[in-house]
Design a protein around this ligand. Structure first.
Ligand SMILES: Cc1ncc(COP(=O)(O)O)c(C=O)c1O
Length: 385
């Protein structure tokens, strides 16, 4: 109930309920198997719960430091150095955030001014554009082709102008499951070298990568690292999306600016959870074991789809698989996704809403971060179509 004297204009007039909420609600109402949203339906490691409980019992229940618990920043720094050979100073170059979402939002808010352009590669995860718009920025799109989702670097280069403040990338990429190769990153580095652009590198699926490939973090490349915010998510890595904890790493000068916004928007992140993460990260198997864990699930899902009418290219990373359904129906992806829920009790995400101009590619996204029996049941339904 609002006062009749109250007048306001929306800062995000075009924002509506996201497709995740719409599909999720419909899935729950219809008791559908839910392969739509990107979260696991299996139990988390009991050790993690123990560690959080211990932290609470040991009295870590008040504010942590603004940048994040030092012990956690220290081990994050060691992990990045070990994996990508780049040393970030835990004191000045790493900040713990409320999930990657807050890292992304804060990096955008700290640097995008009215009229600045930000390059967004579509289809894109949905939190980048609202953050750009709220800060008066202008998203400039590079649309990937549904036939392989390869990036055309020349197309991206042609979008860069005097007004470009930032470029946002996401590898491994949600929703396509494609990854940027070393050559891709080198091309990006050459394109950005003469510019004044900040790179925001969304690497939340950094540890979910298949077929022996390696994650090419922006932190691996000298010139990219000097202009980048590398954003990561413990929620994704440790199957605890509901804990909303992540971090970002950036050179001190950039991080100093980031923290000016961070300290007034958030100040600090859940303290006991930070303590737990710091201990849990000590066992590197907890993240290095992820590729084989998820590759098994991807393969189970795809093996089951052999002989079905779906076309696909195996996901290279993330826990998403795109399926092209154009041999089954000519329906738009939203209509087909809704029909799948209502008639077949299976939920997925139509990706047209992540494309420029809601382009229809006849593709749905399925999340395979699920128990094997859930995947087997989903496969049974998909094979029947
Ligand atoms: C590409 C991408 N970036 C960021 C996020 C958000 O991560 P977090 O839950 O840590 O905020 C997600 C979550 O689905 C994602 O897919």
């Amino acid at each position: 109930m609002t006062s009749s004297n109250l007048r306001f204009s929306s800062k995000l007039p075009k924002a509506k309920t996201t497709i995740f909420t719409t599909v999720g609600n419909l899935a729950r109402k219809n008791k559908a198997i839910d392969l739509s949203q990107g979260f696991p339906n299996f139990e988390i490691d009991p050790k993690l719960k123990e560690l959080v409980t211990d932290a609470m019992e040991n009295g870590h229940n008040q504010y942590a430091t603004m940048q994040g618990y030092y012990g956690l920043r220290e081990i994050i720094s060691e992990k990045i150095e070990k994996l990508h050979k780049r040393l970030y100073d835990p004191e000045s170059e790493i900040t713990v955030t409320v999930g990657a979402t807050q890292a992304l939002f804060t990096a955008i808010t700290a640097f995008v001014n009215q009229g600045d352009e930000v390059i967004v590669i579509k289809p894109a995860y949905d939190c980048y554009e609202p953050a750009i718009l709220l800060n008066g920025g202008i998203p400039v799109y590079v649309q990937l082709d549904a036939n392989g989702y390869e990036i055309d670097w020349q197309a991206l280069k042609s979008k860069i102008s005097e007004k470009t403040r930032m470029v946002i990338i996401n590898t491994p990429h949600n929703p396509s499951g494609r990854i940027f190769s070393r050559e891709d990153m080198l091309q990006l580095q050459e394109i950005l070298r003469p510019t004044n652009c900040i790179l925001v590198s969304d690497e939340v699926y950094e540890h979910i990568i298949f077929d022996g490939k390696e994650h090419q973090s922006a932190s691996r490349f000298d010139d990219l690292a000097q202009r980048s915010f590398v954003c990561a998510s413990f929620g994704k890595t440790f199957h605890v999306t509901g804990w909303k904890i992540g971090y970002c790493a950036a050179p001190a000068e950039l991080m100093q600016e980031f923290r000016k916004t961070h300290q007034f928007a958030v100040f600090c992140v859940d303290h006991p959870v930070q303590r737990a993460m710091a201990s849990y990260l000590k066992n590197e198997q907890n993240y290095l074991g992820l590729p084989s864990f998820y590759q098994e699930k991807r393969d189970l899902f795809l093996e089951g789809l052999k002989g079905s009418r779906f076309k696909y290219r195996p996901s290279e990373g993330t826990y998403f698989q795109l399926l092209d359904y154009t041999q089954i129906t000519e329906e738009g992806d939203e209509a087909f996704a809704i029909r799948l829920i209502l008639e077949h009790k299976l939920a997925s995400i139509p990706i047209s809403s992540f494309n420029v101009g809601n382009r229809q590619d006849g593709v749905l996204r399925f999340c395979f971060a699920k128990k094997n029996e859930t995947l087997e049941e989903a496969v049974r339904i998909l094979r029947s179509l």
